[in-house]
Design a protein around this ligand. Structure first.
Ligand SMILES: [Zn+2]
Length: 174
């Protein structure tokens, strides 16, 4: 019974020394004792190598991950800021274009109205016909502008989606 206790104490001492070897190092005497024990004890030897490989993995993880993670996060933030600026500029141009086309429409409306009236009178058309002609002159550009806005929106959404996919692919790789 007493002998077995001493035996298990020996293994416990070996495990303690294995841990200390990794953290603070051992005296030459302790180191010699440990290596003698490890040479004769399979269990403690396995424990030692698994501790070593676990520590090695931990070290390589703690060194490799944060810089890669940080740089990919910075890149993503920068890309998103650029995308936002681009989208804002695009919206500004869209608003300017709409305003310009609207002003041009308003400015030329009396002229077009008079033109329609003249054509209607000359061709002896019913008033409703040339009035509809004037209305369609109003409606066609509005419809065209609406289509252009729709097209730009769809394209922008496609670009955003591509950007997201690209970023996801890159973060998966890194
Ligand atoms: Zn042992």
């Amino acid at each position: 019974m007493k002998k077995q206790e001493a035996f298990s104490d020996m293994h416990e001492r070996a495990r303690r020394l294995i841990d200390r070897e990794q953290v603070e190092g051992l005296t030459p005497e302790e180191s010699r004792w440990l290596h003698d024990h490890l040479a004769g004890c399979e269990a403690c030897s396995a424990c030692s190598s698994s501790t070593e490989s676990a520590l090695r993995a931990l070290k390589s993880v703690s060194v490799a991950v944060p810089p890669g993670l940080a740089s990919s996060t910075t890149l993503k933030v920068r890309e998103e800021a650029a995308m936002l600026r681009q989208r804002r500029a695009r919206n500004l141009w869209l608003i300017a274009g709409c305003a310009a086309s609207w002003m041009a429409g308003v400015a030329s409306a009396p002229l077009v109205w008079r033109g329609c009236e003249w054509v209607g009178t000359a061709l002896a058309l019913p008033r409703i016909v040339w009035e509809l002609g004037f209305l369609s002159w109003w409606l066609v550009p509005a419809a065209a502008v609406g289509l252009v806005i729709l097209w730009i929106r769809t394209r922008a959404e496609g670009e955003d989606l591509n950007g997201l996919l690209e970023a996801g692919r890159r973060s998966n790789k890194g």
